[in-house]
Design a binder for this molecule. Structure first.
Ligand code: HPA
Ligand code: ZN
Length: 324
């Protein structure tokens, strides 16, 4: 089964590019830019990846992102991720980036987008990996900041497929961003939002009703509201589930307790993704192997997860047919 999973073509729909920063590259870039990281060595940094919850991860994730300064840093970060994708038979990726993490430090949006895009183009020609970019709004900041960020992204409107919502969920409900997402939809962008990761089922309802999302990122806490589960099934709403992330951030105590298989069995449109692979112990294949070991899915269920991801992707129908 391991070999079969390794060779299975894969689609990734929930991946934060800043979350692919491996400690080795973080230290190399820190040295290059003469920046101090909060830990003295690669080993000490890796040991700090023992998170109590989402916020304790985010604190470190934002600190490490400070080493990303110039276009070449974003290029190298993205290229390293695509090389991993190539070794794991990942054929299509939809990548989140967090511009506010960088623009707040004086780094222009153009530096971020152009560095990432240069790698994506190279990934397409060298490895045949197709890709899309999704700009994520940081929900711990206010709606004015979100609107300013969306306005600053307008020159890149056609190079971004959608807008997402990430960062600390508790206390930052989707309702805080209704106007920003109205604006995003009016630009023709697709909409996604992290909801029901640490936050309650009600945040999933809000993402559906107020932000009018095309996909829910995570969504695993939907099971706390049976009427929500029924609704998600009725509207065939994709959920981008991230198993290693959920166990590392203690949304579930262990992989054996993860509800991915239950959600699939309930007929929900579940996809499997890696979220922040450098921090959570693995990329697509490691996520699949951890799920397989704990939950023992059938080959038909794995095919279903891949089919769900193709159908939930933001690529045109003809391209989707080619991935099937
Ligand atoms: N949740 C919320 N925000 C994030 C995450 C996540 O899993 N990863 C990076 N930003
Ligand atoms: Zn995420």
């Amino acid at each position: 089964m391991h070999e079969w999973l390794a060779n299975l073509p894969k689609i990734e729909l929930h991946l934060h590019i800043e979350g692919t920063l491996e400690p080795e590259l973080a230290f190399e870039l820190a040295q290059r830019h003469q920046i101090a990281l909060p830990y003295p060595s690669v080993e000490a940094l890796r040991e700090a990846y023992n998170f109590a919850d989402l916020q304790s991860f985010l604190d470190l994730y934002y600190q490490c992102a400070e080493v990303l300064r110039d276009e070449d840093d974003f290029y190298r970060l993205t290229m390293a991720y695509l090389e991993r994708c190539h070794t794991q038979a990942v054929t299509h990726v939809e990548i989140f980036f967090d511009p506010q993490t960088h623009t707040a430090r004086g780094i222009p949006m153009s530096t971020v987008i152009e560095g990432i895009e240069r790698a994506l183009k190279e990934g397409e020609t060298r490895f045949g990996i197709s890709s899309q970019l999704i700009l994520c709004i940081l929900r711990h900041l206010d709606e004015e900041d979100a609107l300013a960020t969306l306005n600053a992204a307008l020159p890149y409107r056609d190079r971004i497929v959608g807008i997402g919502l990430d960062s600390g969920e508790q206390g930052n409900p989707p309702s805080k961003f209704t106007r920003a997402f109205d604006f995003a939809r009016a630009q023709g962008w697709k909409i996604v939002a992290h909801a029901g990761e640490e936050g309650p089922a009600d945040y999933i309802w809000q993402a559906l009703k107020l932000l009018k999302v095309d996909r829910i990122d995570h969504g695993v806490r939907c099971v706390e509201d049976p009427s929500l589960v029924a609704h998600l099934r009725d509207i065939n709403m994709p959920l981008t589930v991230c198993p290693l992330s959920n166990t590392r951030l203690r949304v579930f105590h262990s992989m054996a307790e993860h509800n991915l298989k239950t959600l699939l069995d309930q007929g929900l449109r579940v996809t499997l993704n890696s979220d922040d692979p450098a921090y959570f112990g693995g990329y697509m294949l490691e996520n699949m192997l951890a799920v397989q070991e704990a939950l023992n899915l059938t080959q038909a269920q794995w095919r279903q997860l891949t089919k769900n991801a193709i159908d939930a992707s933001f690529i045109d129908h003809a391209h989707q047919q080619r991935l099937h």
